[in-house]
Write a protein of this length. Structure first.
Length: 386
């Protein structure tokens, strides 16, 4: 036993050294975490639950028809206004010719009505002249009847002639008023019947043009569902167009991490596609009005008896720098890590009111209605001259 006695102090010293080392390690770790929290966590809010978002523009038809041609396929770039799908326009062409014939016939019918007004006015003048003649004849016969130069029967005939002429004037005036009431104060080209037929022609003209389905925006084709020969109806989703210059980041922060996030704060984004070699920069532009689960198809029923608290996440939208997007293109749905600099606390928590100008707009879908109106006006003038 005397041989083992000197080893006890050595073992105690070894345990003390190990305990001191472990204590020092924990102290250093705590100090390091405190330093990291002070220098990083207190200044930034970070999440790897972030994804690239963007507009998925659905291309659909405004008219019914059978697909005749498809001019763009998946992954291909299309420009705004470019024809993507063409429908068979045979039925639309027939409808346009029918509308043209109807417009011409309507103009001619109304032109005849305007002509009838002049004829009835001439008839009224004729009937009034006949009445004046009958009244003059009666006036000449009355003195002669008083002198018994002529028989009283002739005066009676003259009176009946005046009554008949006066009745004829009344009938002619009513006919003229009826004809005039349909056209009074309105030029023939502005007559309601002509305008209605003209509107039908313009609608048929537009339907022919709408058989060419154009891209509303510039972007890349995705989710093509349309096939040649398929019959499509208005509103049928044919394919999608993704404008890759209109992308953003949807960063899903925990509800406990939103306290210091403000609109306008700068953010740094790393996308898994490029790794840490490429850093995107952006700014917080808004926060969703609810958590992701609140807007899900089947929201959680938290009033049930077996409720379990789950930390909720709120999407925070981060706008990206367009120049960086052009230099390093992204795709919708890519995973990302978002770090928001929360030191700037003077921004708003809620989003700004809607702007006066549209956030997104397109001029590619605007059909040339002026051309349709000009074509209809030419048909009206051509039938007026005949």
């Amino acid at each position: 036993m005397s041989d083992n006695t000197p080893q006890a102090p050595a073992a105690n010293r070894k345990r003390k050294v190990m305990l001191a080392a472990v204590t020092a390690a924990f102290a250093i770790a705590g100090l390091a975490y405190g330093t990291y929290h002070h220098l990083v966590l207190a200044k930034f809010q970070e999440t790897d639950n972030a994804y690239v978002g963007g507009n998925l523009v659905t291309l659909s038809s405004q008219v019914a028809g059978n697909v005749e041609a498809i001019r763009a396929d998946e992954t291909q770039l299309v420009q705004a206004g470019a024809e993507i799908v063409r429908l068979d326009a045979a039925d639309a062409d027939v409808a346009l010719r029918q509308a043209e014939a109807k417009l011409g016939a309507t103009v001619r019918e109304e032109r005849q009505r305007y002509s009838d007004v002049g004829q009835y006015d001439a008839l009224v003048a004729q009937r009034r002249l006949a009445l004046a003649t009958a009244e003059q004849d009666l006036a000449r016969r009355l003195p002669l009847a008083a002198d018994h130069t002529i028989a009283g029967e002739e005066v009676a005939h003259a009176r009946r002639a005046v009554d008949d002429a006066r009745a004829a004037v009344t009938v002619a005036e009513k006919q003229a008023d009826a004809a005039r009431s349909g056209v009074a104060g309105v030029a023939l080209a502005e007559h309601p019947a002509v305008r209605a037929a003209q509107a039908d022609y313009e609608a048929a003209w537009l339907a022919v043009r709408r058989n060419a389905i154009v891209a509303p925006v510039a972007g890349y084709v995705a989710k093509r569902a349309v096939q040649v020969g398929a019959h499509v109806t208005p509103g049928t989703a044919l394919l999608a167009i993704v404008p890759l210059d209109q992308l953003w980041i949807d960063a899903n922060f925990k509800e406990s991490e939103l306290r210091n996030i403000r609109i306008g704060q700068p953010a740094t984004i790393e996308v898994d596609m490029y790794g840490d070699k490429v850093a995107f920069h952006g700014r917080v532009v808004g926060m969703s009005a609810g958590t992701g689960s609140a807007f899900s198809l089947l929201p959680a029923q938290n009033a049930s008896g077996n409720w379990i608290k789950v930390v909720q996440r709120v999407p925070v939208r981060i706008a990206l720098d367009p120049k960086e997007l052009r230099a390093h293109p992204l795709r919708i749905g890519l995973s990302a890590t978002a770090r928001v600099d929360i030191r700037q606390q003077d921004g708003a928590v809620l989003g700004a009111p809607m702007p006066r100008q549209p956030v997104y707009a397109t001029a590619a879908l605007g059909q040339p209605l002026a051309q349709a109106s000009a074509a209809a006006a030419a048909i009206v003038q051509a039938n007026l001259a005949r």
